[in-house]
Ligand binder design. Structure first.
Ligand code: NAD
Ligand code: TYD
Length: 356
């Protein structure tokens, strides 16, 4: 059944994927309200949303998804008919050094959103309603040299991050099974593209190469990830929101597997070209470092269901996507400086004032 949302609450819309989603979704869906609920943690940056800031259909609310009263009020006041839940603690390394906030935001926060969504949906305040949980392929654990994750692959998370995302996915399943709530669940591979916080591999490489800093490669560098351009992910999410089957789980992937060390070499070589540096210069910055504990060896996604049922496939080639991403970072070094120094948080104050 095709669903046309009229008022979407996006959580975590100031983060990497959430902001790209809003920037893509709003021009494609004129007249649809978008309410962005984001706590503006270190990873949330309103500078990512300049293209929609002054759109009368866009509203930003600084707030925590764990705040049930706030979530309930927004759902009711804005007659929300779709929740697209991106908000999360998202970095595996941070989850290893401090897992607690991951459980709080990713598990308990999801439960609050589900519960308030259930009440709102059951109240009959809106004719139709959908709740979409954004998840990750990391819930499936790790693959050997062959094979792919399908939607039927058993959940076997290995890091505190992926365990918290799995907990959230299981709650989503339970709300569908128990209350019949119209839920959707997407599980995506590694994203890359503009507005990616430079603690994650690709933006970290770009930023460190610009500054001639060491490029840390964990372990032997042979771990494999599937990389998808963030705007392809955004379109996939919109596709699932509008056409997905209630209770459905959809894998999203780029069919684009790379060993970490090959990505590092590629980014080094492209950056040498872009920066006019001697060929091979940036590779000299590579530093093999101690492996991440519990480091998943390989992720690979089978996204055939999404193609078969809803016709989605990625539009970016990796070659064009990675070049475009490098160009974006080179043209937006001020953004990188702001997010790494924390200065971006002042943008909120100037745009919205301290009290909002
Ligand atoms: P991100 O860390 O860039 O952004 C997270 C956003 O959530 C930030 O804006 C932050 O301020 C907000 N947030 C955090 N805690 C909050 C809270 N308690 N209340 C309200 N807002 C809060 O993350 P991302 O990379 O954009 O990831 C978005 C979602 O996609 C996450 O759910 C993540 O698990 C999932 N995902 C990410 C990737 C990836 O490659 N980055 C891949 C697959 C799935
Ligand atoms: P990351 O971007 O953190 O995403 P995830 O862990 O969610 O897949 O890391 C991608 C891969 O790159 C992962 O195998 C860990 C590795 N990695 C490094 O080798 N060095 C780094 O500095 C970072 C951040 C990641």
């Amino acid at each position: 059944m095709h669903f046309t949302p009229k008022s979407v609450m996006v959580t975590g819309g100031a983060g990497f994927i959430g902001s790209n989603f809003i920037n893509c979704f709003m021009p494609l869906n004129p007249g649809c309200r978008v309410i962005n609920l984001d706590a503006l943690t270190y990873a949330g940056n309103l500078e990512n949303l300049r293209s929609v800031d002054h759109n009368p259909d866009y509203r930003f609310i600084k707030g925590d998804i764990c705040d049930a009263a706030l979530v309930a009020k927004l759902l009711a006041d804005e007659k929300v008919d779709a929740v697209v839940h991106f908000a999360a603690e998202s970095h595996v390394d941070r989850s290893i050094s401090g897992p607690e906030i991951f459980v709080k935001t990713n598990v308990l926060g999801t439960q609050v959103l589900l519960e308030e969504s259930r009440k709102h949906w059951q109240s009959g305040a809106v004719a139709d309603f959908r709740y979409l949980q954004i998840s990750t392929d990391e819930v499936y654990g790790s693959l050997g040299e062959t094979g792919y994750f399908t939607e039927e692959t058993p959940l076997a998370p290995n890091s505190p991050y992926s365990a918290s995302k799995t907990g959230a996915d299981l709650l989503v399943r339970a709300y569908h099974e128990t209350y019949g709530m119209p839920t959707l669940n997407t599980r995506c591979s590694n994203n890359y593209g503009p507005f990616h916080f430079p603690e994650k591999l690709i933006p970290l490489l770009i930023s460190n190469i610009i500054n001639r800093k060491a490029l840390p490669v964990y372990g032997d560098g042979l771990n494999v990830r599937d990389w998808l351009h963030v705007r392809d992910h955004a379109i996939a999410v919109e596709t699932v929101l509008k056409g997905g089957k209630s209770g459905g789980v959809y894998n999203i992937g780029g069919n684009n597997e790379w060993k970490n060390i090959d990505i590092v070499h590629l980014v080094c070589d492209l950056m040498d070209e872009s920066l006019g540096r001697k060929k091979g210069e940036s590779r000299g910055l590579i530093a093999f470092v101690k492996d991440r504990p519990g480091h998943d060896r390989r992720y690979a996604i089978d996204a055939a269901k999404l193609k078969r049922d809803l016709g989605w496939e990625p539009s970016y080639t990796f070659e064009s996507g990675i070049r475009e991403t490098i160009d974006w970072y080179l043209a937006n070094q001020e953004w990188v400086a702001h997010v790494t120094s924390g200065e971006y948080q002042q943008y909120y104050e100037t745009q919205y004032g301290e009290s909002k």
